[in-house]
Design a protein around this ligand. Structure first.
Ligand code: C5P
Length: 406
C-alpha cells in the first residue's frame, strides 16, 4: 500500500569482486519489487563470484560487463549508462575499485561510467578489516568524500575470512535509506527536527506498568521520511520493538516525565517538532520499590497527572518554529482537532480516527485529518511511510511561509 520513492527511478548498481556480491543480488531484487529500473554493471572479478545471469534475472535487464560490446548500440555504453542514471551505487566496493576511483582512472566499464556521470555516486566499501584500516584505503575514501561521493560506512562484525572487525558490507536497510535520500529533494536540509514516537510506560512497581497500544510506527515513519529529506533527526522514543531508522539519532525513554525532560533538552535547537508519541496522561501516584504482593494491591489505583509536553512546547514556541501534534479521536475529528490546535498553540494537528478500520494504533496504514488555522484536509488511507511523506510536504510548505528559521 502507498507509493514507493523508487518507482521509475533509474538506479545503476556497480558490483565489484567481493564475496559480499551475493548480498547485492538480494538488493537488486528488492529494488525491482519497488519498481525501480535497475541496471547492473559488473567488474570482471565480480563475475567470478556471482554470474551476470543472476543479476539479469533479478533486475529484468541485461547486465553490462565489458567496455567493448558486439554491436553499434554498445559503443557508447560507458556514457549512456551514467548519463541516464538518477543515482549510481557501488556495492560491494573493493579497496581496488576505491583506489582506482580516487585516482580518476577509467580502465574498465564501471570506472569509466563513474567518471562520465553527473549523477550522485554512493559507495559501499566491503573488505577485510586490515585492508579497510590501511592508510592508503583511508586516504582514498577521504579523497572520494572530498570529490562528493557518498560513502556508506561498512559495519563491524565477523567477515567471510573469519576475522572480526570493520569492513562488512552495510545492511540493506541503511543502504536503502541512503538511496532513497539521494533521489528525494532535500527540502529539510539545514533543519534539525525532533520527532517523538511510541507509548510511554508508567510503572507501578518493578513488574507492572500502565501503557497504551501505540506501536511507534507512525513516529518512526516520520523520522525515516525526515532523514530522506535531508533533516538532522532526533527521535525521542518510548519503548517499541522497532529498530532505529538509519541516519536518525534516537533517545530512548520510558515514562512521560523522561520524555518531557528529553524533549525539552532538544526542542530549543529544532525548527520543527512533531509529537506523534502517545504519552500516558496519568501515572500511578506511588511507585513501589518492590513488587506489590497481589493481596496488598489496593484495587483503587491512585493516579497523578503527567505533564502535557506539547502544551509546554506551545508556551515556549520560538519565532519560526513549527509545532505539530497528533490526536486520537473517535468522533467530531475536525472540531476536537481545532480545539487542541488552539489550546496547545500548534501549527498543524494530524487527527486519527481511532473508530476507523486500520487507521491508527499498531497497523501498517493510516488515515489522518489535517487541521490547521487555514482549514482541514483529509489525507488518503495509505501506508504510514506515505502518510509521513505527505505530512512533511505540508510541513515544508509551512516552513517556507514561516517568518524566519528557528
Ligand atoms: O490532548 P491529547 O493528549 O489528545 O493531545 C495529543 C497530543 O499531545 C499528541 O501530539 C501527544 O504527543 C501530545 N501529548 C503530550 N503530552 C501529554 C499528552 C499528550 O505531549 N501528556
Amino acid at each position: 500500500m502507498g507509493q514507493t520513492v523508487f518507482a521509475g527511478k533509474k538506479i545503476v548498481i556497480g558490483v565489484c569482486g567481493s564475496i559480499a556480491a551475493f548480498k547485492v543480488a538480494g538488493w537488486v531484487s528488492e529494488l525491482a519489487k519497488e519498481e525501480a529500473m535497475v541496471s547492473v554493471v559488473m567488474t570482471a572479478s565480480a563475475t567470478e563470484f556471482v554470474t551476470p545471469l543472476t543479476f539479469a534475472a533479478l533486475s529484468g535487464n541485461n547486465v553490462h560487463t565489458g567496455m567493448f560490446g558486439t554491436g553499434k548500440e554498445d559503443v557508447m555504453t560507458h556514457i549512456s549508462i551514467g548519463r541516464d542514471a538518477d543515482v549510481i551505487l557501488i556495492a560491494p566496493a573493493t579497496a581496488n575499485v576505491i583506489a582506482r576511483l580516487a585516482n580518476g582512472m577509467a580502465d574498465d566499464l564501471l570506472t569509466t561510467t563513474i567518471l562520465a556521470t553527473r549523477a550522485q555516486v554512493l559507495v559501499c566499501p566491503a573488505m577485510n578489516s586490515r585492508m579497510y584500516a590501511h592508510p592508503a584505503t583511508r586516504r582514498n575514501l577521504q579523497t572520494l568524500k572530498d570529490l562528493g561521493y557518498g560513502i556508506i560506512d561498512p559495519e563491524s562484525g565477523m567477515m567471510a575470512c573469519k576475522e572480526e572487525g570493520d569492513g562488512r558490507l552495510a545492511e540493506w536497510d541503511t543502504v536503502k535509506e541512503h538511496l532513497a535520500k539521494s533521489i528525494t529533494p532535500q527540502a529539510l536540509q539545514g533543519h534539525k527536527v525532533l520527532v517523538t514516537a511510541g507509548p510511554t510506560r508508567e510503572p507501578l512497581d518493578p513488574a507492572r506498568f500502565l501503557s497504551n497500544r501505540s506501536s511507534g510506527k507512525m513516529g518512526y515513519a516520520l523520522a525515516r521520511s525526515a532523514f530522506r529529506r535531508g533533516a538532522e533527526v532526533i527521535l525521542v522514543s518510548g519503548p517499541t520493538a522497532l529498530p532505529c531508522p538509519p541516519g536518525v539519532t534516537r533517545v530512548n525513554v520510558q515514562t512521560a516525565e523522561e520524555m518531557y525532560e528529553a524533549v525539552l533538552t532538544h526542542a530549543g535547537a529544532c525548527s520543527v517538532i512533531v509529537k506523534a508519541a502517545a504519552v500516558a496522561d496519568y501515572r500511578p501516584e506511588e511507585l513501589h520499590e518492590h513488587k506489590v504482593k497481589k493481596e496488598n494491591i489496593d484495587v483503587n489505583l491512585l493516579l497523578a497527572k503527567n505533564p502535557d509536553i506539547l502544551l509546554e512546547l506551545g508556551k515556549r514556541k520560538k519565532t519560526g518554529q513549527l509545532l505539530i501534534g497528533f490526536a486520537a479521536e473517535s468522533r467530531n475529528l475536525a472540531e476536537e482537532g481545532l480545539k487542541k490546535l488552539r489550546k496547545k498553540n500548534l501549527d498543524l494537528i494530524a487527527v486519527n480516527d481511532i473508530g476507523g478500520d486500520n487507521t491508527g494504533f499498531e497497523g501498517e496504514s493510516n488515515q489522518v485529518l489535517l487541521v490547521s488555522s487555514s482549514g482541514t484536509e483529509i489525507l488518503p488511507h495509505t501506508s504510514k511511510l506515505h502518510t509521513a511523506d505527505l505530512l512533511w510536504e505540508r510541513i515544508t510548505s509551512l516552513l517556507m511561509q514561516s517568518p524566519q528559521k528557528a
